[in-house]
Design a protein around this ligand. Sequence first.
Ligand code: GLA
Length: 391
Amino acid sequence: MNLIDRITAIYQKTFGYVPAHIIRAPGRVNLLGEHVDYNDGFVLPAAIDRATYVAFSPTDAPHSMLVAVDFDQQATFSSDSIPTKVQADSLPLPEWGLYPAGVMWALMEEGLPVLSMNAVFASEVPRGSGLSSSASVEMAFLLAWQTLGGWTLPPMQRALLGQKAENRYVGVNCGIMDQFASACGVEDRLLLLDCRSLAWKTVPLPEHVAIVIADTTVRRKLTSGEYNKRRAACEEAVRLLQQDLPHIQALRDVSVEEFNRLAGKLPAEIERRARHVVEEIERAKQAEALLEAGDVRNFGRLMNECHVSLRDLYEVSCLELDVMVDIAQSLEGCYGARLTGAGFGGCTVNLVARDCADAFARRLADDFHSRTGLQPPIYITFPSNGAELIK
Ligand code: GLA
């Protein structure tokens, strides 16, 4: 049974009637520009063909009731219980409930009407894997409340509210990339976003290549703590560099030459973090011209460089990610391979010649298994549309 049929059946069993609506909101994979969104840099993600689905209807009850199929749990909350992160019965919200509740909080802050709903949701986006399962849940519920509320926000506005929910309600100081990709995805296209101006365009994925995602199955530990630390290190670098470059607002404003000249003034760890960001923004700037020209070889080289930088300078890789990348780069047809998303575990993204993709996926899984004992799910994925009402 596919996921839509499954959540529809569970909805009907739980609430006794058919859901009025169904929404699909995708996860994302990022090809280049990692850990630069919160430094005003450029990112190149795509929404993927794996998504979170929510079946829902309005209700006259004073609270919303959500069933999380993946956790086999339910939670209730209302505008009264939202600020204190508790359920209608005063029990604390389960962790998964913070994402929809955070979205409701952000919408209430905007002064938008947020109607009570009954909802059942489930996801094909593996959690903690670097594919933005949380952003997909946020974008799904934002669109669900929009569908019931009689108001319309443009996709980028919805992305910004999802980011606000995650920053201020869930407590992860993430950038805009994940919510943006889940809200604004375009079928068959990569998305190039300027995270300062929020201007974006689509860029072609050359026809003869496939995007292959390989899941190490290692799940992030301590992520939000480590993530927030990386962000703080970047802010510290800006503060220190401002002594020589008073005009800078973010690491985006520092050229590679300026950075090389001033790097010696930074403490060693801050220097490594900032160097990754400055050089990665430079790499991401080259992406558009390379992809427009169909130059996958040089684009793939930038992906490989990105992995080394995330491993050695930003220090967000782990043994299993390094093994997965190492194997991938040795296989026929692989142009580039690197960890994707925040890191500390999760998935790699690989750009592979289309006619080699099946063999690549098999070999990668086998070799990774023999080196680590882990069985990695491997997906050949396609850029998909952003969050949408499908019923
Ligand atoms: C997470 C965050 C994003 C971005 C990436 C790293 O996915 O949610 O905003 O910072 O990590 O590029």
